[in-house]
Design a protein around this ligand. Structure first.
Ligand SMILES: Nc1ncnc2c1ncn2[C@@H]1O[C@H](COP(=O)(O)OP(=O)(O)OP(=O)(O)O)[C@@H](O)[C@H]1O
Length: 457
């Protein structure tokens, strides 16, 4: 049962009709006292609360009711309805524990999706579904693992994939965030439409609009052709915004607007376009800390994190290491026609104890390199050890230019150029040799205006 709290009978009626039409039982209240009574006596599964529901439009009364509901039972999801332009009020409400907010006039589909997602998430959890059961229901083919933390995550994405809820995936580099984002798309009804990945860390604020929203010919000096933006490419499908924690402040505002209104303008054109895209974001940064230090907009965070999924590091799930290693080995058996490949039991135990800060990506690279280099069919500790990148040994003999002859920026720029030349412009390899991420390399290439071609990677 859903409780709708609003003093406006027109709002109560239309919300009731809408939510009844998709099979919900509804109860309504037109004041805070009555609403809290319903919460205590009837325990609704969800509350929709209009923050400006009293004559006092400061939202105070609504906020007090929200606090009371959350203090009574923090597990009851609350969706706030706020007047247009009262985003600050909504953010305040989210801090007090509200689960989502919707602006008036609301979009019916968005409202239904939000309510359904929250109901799905709070529905009684089927106690620890096994991997086999999950595989019968959903498609997680490429995702290997049976760790209980991972299974809970798979269960959550299975449940919410069919909704349009925004999902924020956090976790260290190489933990499988992109794979999870793809799985959300593959288990949704958008599967036959595009999955568009955008690396936000690689897009400078000056290019943000043209990259995301597209431009028409002549929009700026270099715009010789029309360009389709990523949001348009992802229309009806899913857009995966990777490295969202790297987005500069001015781009954060522009992204917030499109996520909020679902509309944008192509650069150089005055026509407003509407977008229907599921938004999935990922980052290895701590966005809450970034919000606290003013580096990430709080209102944007609340727009992207209706559901947050935190992927465990590989060291938190060592029991999955043998499964992953065998999965990688099996793939390689086929690719390299080496059907007898295997890993000795002692090597497997050794792999389980490796620190692996690069997580699954590092494990995968290590296994692949070892298979390529070793001629043994049964891989031993020594085979792996020789391929493990040992921490760089301190070399005191590095010849540095004399003090005052070069700035740090010049040195960095020279080193980046050298790495790009050496690796024939292959970004991944050049970044790895410099010990930085691809995005960090992209930023430096732009900063020092070093030409590169993404297609060559
Ligand atoms: N559970 C898994 N099963 C099998 N392969 C996995 C799993 N998780 C990750 N991988 C593989 O590990 C590699 C890294 O995964 P992915 O790119 O999804 O990580 P990420 O968290 O997005 O990394 P980054 O933050 O650096 O972008 C990929 O090759 C992916 O296929």
């Amino acid at each position: 049962m859903i409780l709708i709290v609003d003093d406006d009978i027109a709002v109560r009626t239309s919300l009731s009709l809408l939510l009844k039409s998709v099979g919900n039982e509804i109860i309504t209240a037109d004041n805070a006292v009555q609403a809290f009574e319903v919460v205590k006596t009837q325990k609704p599964e969800l509350v929709i609360l209009d923050l400006n529901f009293s004559i006092d439009t400061s939202g105070k009364e609504g906020m007090t009711l929200l606090k009371k509901i959350k203090a009574f039972d923090a597990a009851i999801p609350v969706v706030l309805i706020t007047g247009w332009a009262s985003i600050e009020l909504a953010v305040q409400g989210m801090k007090l524990g509200a689960n989502d907010f919707i602006n008036k006039p609301w979009d019916n589909n968005y409202l239904i999706q939000s309510v359904e997602t929250l109901l799905q998430l709070t529905a009684k959890k089927v106690s620890s579904r096994g991997r086999k059961e999950l595989d019968k229901k959903y498609s997680f083919k490429q995702i290997i693992g049976e760790d209980s933390g991972l299974l809970t995550i798979l269960e959550t994405i299975g449940r919410v994939a069919s909704t349009n809820a925004s999902v924020l995936i956090t976790g260290e580099s190489g933990t499988g965030k992109e794979l999870i984002a793809e799985a959300i798309h593959e288990n949704s009804s958008r599967i036959s439409k595009p999955f568009v990945k955008v690396n936000l860390g690689g897009i400078s604020s000056s290019l943000f609009e043209s990259e995301m929203f597209g431009h028409v010919r002549g929009a700026f000096t270099d715009a010789r052709f029309d360009r389709t933006g990523r949001f348009e490419m992802a229309n009806k499908g899913t857009i995966f915004l990777d490295e969202i924690g790297d987005l500069e402040a001015s781009s954060q505002v522009k992204l917030l607007r499109v996520l909020q209104d679902r509309t944008y303008e192509v650069l150089g054109s005055s026509r407003t376009k509407t977008v229907d895209t599921r938004v999935v974001c990922a980052t290895n940064k701590n966005l809450n800390e970034m919000v606290a230090s003013g580096l990430f907009r709080e209102d944007l965070l609340y727009r992207i994190n209706l559901i947050t999924i935190h992927l465990p590091s590989l060291r938190e799930r060592p029991s999955d290491i043998p499964l992953l290693v065998n999965f990688f080995i099996n793939n390689m058996k086929e690719i390299y026609s080496r059907p007898d490949l295997s890993v000795s039991a002692s090597a497997m135990r050794w792999l389980q104890k490796l620190p692996l800060p690069g997580n699954i990506r590092q494990l995968k690279n290590l296994v692949e390199r070892t298979v390529l280099i070793s001629h043994n069919d049964e891989l031993e500790i020594d085979d792996f050890q020789s391929q493990l990148n040992l921490p760089a040994v301190k070399n005191n003999k590095v010849k540095l230019p004399g003090v005052g002859t070069m700035t740090l920026d010049q040195m960095e720029s020279e080193m980046v150029k050298q790495a790009m030349n050496f690796h024939k412009n292959r970004i991944t390899k050049a970044a790895a040799s410099l010990g930085i991420t691809r995005n960090a390399l992209y930023r430096r290439l732009e900063k020092y205006q070093i030409p590169f071609n993404e297609a060559e990677d």
